[in-house]
Design a protein. Sequence first.
Length: 195
Amino acid sequence: MLKSFPLVIVCLLLTVSYSYGVDNILVNGGFEDGVPDPWSMYGDATMEIREGGAAEGNFYLHLTTPAGGNFWDAGLQHSGHIFGVGKTYTLAAFLRSPNAQDINFKPELSADPWTGYGSQAFTMTDTWTEYVISTGEMPNDVDPGCVTFHIAYVAGEFDIDGVRFFEGDYVPPDEPSAVQPSAKLTTAWGKIKSD
């Protein structure tokens, strides 16, 4: 009995394995590369990487925006994605603005007619706050897909950090979530044991 006890403990630990966070589809979503790439801007807004005082990590992106005729006249984008039919995506970002600036989250078709999925506007505060939207279930494949933040509501400035775009429902940053056992150690151990 005592000889099999360590084996039982190992098996229990393997079946209760955890993974932290979710797989972020966005490269450099936390700007920890120290450069904005592959993020891009359109319109008359400007962006620069800043260090220290970030919502997470060491770096964040600071943007200065002009007043636009329309809120979509300037934007921050992360392009080159495909959104899969039947999948739900979550877009989350930490934001702050000293002048209560508005921002519009819009995962979208990156071509005319610019169809949006879960588009929503928020008013930022002067402290880091995470804002979140869900696309709902995608009615069709979206290719090319793009994550866009429309920012030309008013002239002003704001900071963005910890941007995450992932498949599934919202999961707070760094919250453990159960790992699916398929293709994990539990499955491999079960196969070995049955052989």
